[in-house]
Design a protein around this ligand. Structure first.
Ligand SMILES: [Zn+2]
Length: 396
């Protein structure tokens, strides 16, 4: 036992980042819950049939754009193909020139609310942007939802055609279309990945991820030859490597008014979403990080008087002087793995852990005379940096 422990410690010493990397991957996948997947499928279903070019389709596109923009930079890209005209919606986490894409289509056929086809896939794309927002990657990740799929893969065709024209280096594409239906025991534990000879390496990564996360993914992967029936095919057509994630049991309500969320197995849809995001993280590579983050307490600043949380005037002092309550505000940056959290301490005692910018902590206790606040920022590799301010306070 002791020997095993010594060996484990040795491993951690030799491969510290391997261990922390895996931790980051764990928390990313654990953040993908049935509740979030349900929220997205329901929101899209509630727009009604989202026929390309219709108001409902346009509204759904705007909803996706707004949802992306909560987490990553995003935009609408107009496409035109013969008499059709509509938008693809794209979010991005910028890395180097190698691009990895996770995609789905947000349009549906007339008369179908398209919960499985393909709100389920769009939910996976949205949740990917949501859980990856705080991380930095070696390579660029694009989150893309297409319209025009049901008219013949039009939105994705225009997207892939332009990418090829611009010579964009798209290395891998993960397309999700109908990933929420499972009825039998086999259906619940299996998923199909369609591939070509040149995208088999992506399926291999997915198989590894599914094994590694047996408890929260645990899907048997069925490999199939790629068929030209969803948006991955547009990328294959333009010479890019793409795979297609697809439920093992075909949804009998597909393209009907009964393609609704009550037919979806949310646990299944969530596990497939984790598989897709896990594969994406593996491909885009979390940045290794040996560099400390930066942190700075912006408020209170030395040499200023504050009254009830407001900066009043500069004063001739090396401390700040505070009368009434005060909110401590800090900024933190990390260009490698990103900021995981900022901890606030008052006189050495931890008071608040803030995981989202803006980072702040309100001192709301009775406190007099000289005190010290520290802010410690952590990046995702547990590198830390500290800033502190001393102040004289009268808050009763
Ligand atoms: Zn579809």
């Amino acid at each position: 036992m002791k020997r095993i422990l010594a060996f484990a410690v040795l491993l951690i010493l030799i491969f510290p980042n391997f261990v922390i990397y895996s931790e980051a991957q764990d928390s990313i996948l654990e953040e993908i819950t049935e509740e979030i997947v349900e929220e997205y499928i329901l929101a899209l279903q509630n727009f009604g049939p989202r026929v390309t070019g219709s108001k409902a389709c346009n509204d759904a596109g705007n909803y996706i754009l707004q949802e992306f923009q909560k987490y990553v930079p995003a935009r609408k890209i107009q496409w035109e193909y013969s008499s059709y005209k509509d938008y693809n919606i794209e979010g991005e986490i910028k890395g180097d020139e190698q691009i990895f894409i996770v995609c789905a289509h947000y349009d549906s056929v007339p008369n179908s609310p398209g919960a499985d086809d393909d709100a389920s896939g769009v939910a996976a794309v949205l949740v990917a942007a949501r859980v990856l927002r705080n991380y930095n990657f070696e390579h660029t990740i694009r989150f893309v939802t297409f319209s025009g799929e049901e008219q013949g893969l039009l939105g994705s065709h225009e997207y892939a055609r332009l990418a090829r024209e611009r010579n964009e280096s798209i290395v891998g594409v993960l397309n999700a279309d109908m990933i929420g239906y499972a009825k039998s025991e086999n259906g619940r534990k299996r998923v199909i990945i369609q591939e070509t000879n040149s995208s088999m390496w992506i399926t291999n990564l997915s198989i590894n991820i599914s094994r590694k996360y047996e408890d929260i993914i645990g899907l048997e992967i069925y490999r199939e030859r790629s068929q030209p029936y969803s948006d991955h095919h547009s990328f294959i057509r333009y010479g890019y490597n793409a795979t297609f994630f697809f439920e093992y049991e075909f949804n009998p309500y597909y393209h009907s008014p009964q393609d609704t969320i009550d037919k979806i197995d949310l646990s299944y849809a969530t596990r497939v979403a984790r598989l897709i995001v896990g594969t994406l993280v593996e491909m885009a590579k979390l940045k290794e990080d040996y560099i400390k983050p930066s942190v700075h307490i912006e408020k209170p600043k030395s040499g200023y008087l504050y009254f009830n949380d407001k900066e009043i005037i500069p004063i001739r002092m090396n401390y700040s002087l505070i009368i009434g309550r005060i909110t401590v505000e800090a900024t933190a940056f990390d260009n490698e793995s990103g900021i995981a959290r900022v901890e606030f301490y008052l006189d050495g005692e931890i008071k608040k852990v803030d995981e989202e910018a803006p980072y702040n902590y309100s001192i709301d206790e009775r406190i007099l005379f000289l005190h010290k606040v520290e802010a410690i920022a952590y990046d995702f590799y547990n590198n830390t940096q500290k800033d502190e301010v001393r102040f004289i306070i009268f808050s009763i």
